[in-house]
Design a protein around this ligand. Sequence first.
Ligand SMILES: NC(=O)c1ccc[n+]([C@@H]2O[C@H](COP(=O)([O-])OP(=O)(O)OC[C@H]3O[C@@H](n4cnc5c(N)ncnc54)[C@H](O)[C@@H]3O)[C@@H](O)[C@H]2O)c1
Length: 279
Amino acid sequence: MLKFNGEIFTMERFLEGKGALITGGASGFGKGVAFEYAKRGADLVLVDINENMLEETSKLIETETKQKVIPITCDVSQANQVKKMSKQAFEELDNIFILFNNAGIGPGYGKDILKVDEKIWNSTIDVNLKGQWLVSKFICRNMRKQSFEPLAGKVIHTSSDMGMVVDITVPVYCISKAGIITLMQLLAKTLAPKIAVNAISPGYHVTGIYANSEETMVKTMKIGNVKTPLNRVGTVEDIVNIALFLASSASNFITGHNFVIDGGIVEVGVPANYLKTDF
Ligand SMILES: NC(=O)c1ccc[n+]([C@@H]2O[C@H](COP(=O)([O-])OP(=O)(O)OC[C@H]3O[C@@H](n4cnc5c(N)ncnc54)[C@H](O)[C@@H]3O)[C@@H](O)[C@H]2O)c1
């Protein structure tokens, strides 16, 4: 049930009895979304490569919300680890209604596509693109068999503005995030009508990917000549709000869609990032 509470709509405990699996759950968007899903009654599996941060986040959410929070350390780019993690996740929770497929890295800043190292290409594509494919592959096989109606489950992939408006200072990141939009569309068609699959594309939000520093992020935006039409930087809360909507029944007729949450950078058409190269 949607309830109006002050400035925003809250959906109190609409996830009671539902399980949510969140990758990259130790930090940033994953942590923020995990907290809010748990507050609405979801039990959680949090997946991350950073074991210490994962333990800390899981304990914090469990203590504050009294929901079940299962931490599973896993590198999402490794098929054997993802397979094992998925098996454990379905043993720990009796359902996974929501998959927030979100873990990602943003390495290799400052080199254009002609200069980028093969190592950066491999690690970025492996974590950001192959990782989300592997997690959906192993989780959705069981998710589609669940008996929830009208949808057996919901998947949210994390892409980026940079999957649509390229930033030549992070070329492989852009390619990985453009790939996520195609992956999401393929999964939406493949898994219909049982599972709704959508993507979110954040703009510039202060998280671990910017060392949790607004200064670092704003510097990056200045170098790239990025201006936000709504004239502020993004927050984790901006992403939490769309993740709540996509987990709720209010979005039940939406699949295959990429939600751009960036204060208007892509949609209003602020110039794409550029880098002055030496040729
Ligand atoms: N912050 C932004 O402005 C922004 C913009 C667009 C897209 N994104 C995307 O949002 C997603 C979440 O990032 P964030 O901004 O919250 O940053 P973050 O660094 O705070 O969170 C990312 C999490 O993913 C985990 N992770 C990294 N590699 C992993 C692996 N191989 N296996 C499992 N976990 C791994 C990290 O340990 C970390 O906890 C990423 O996909 C990122 O590309 C972020």
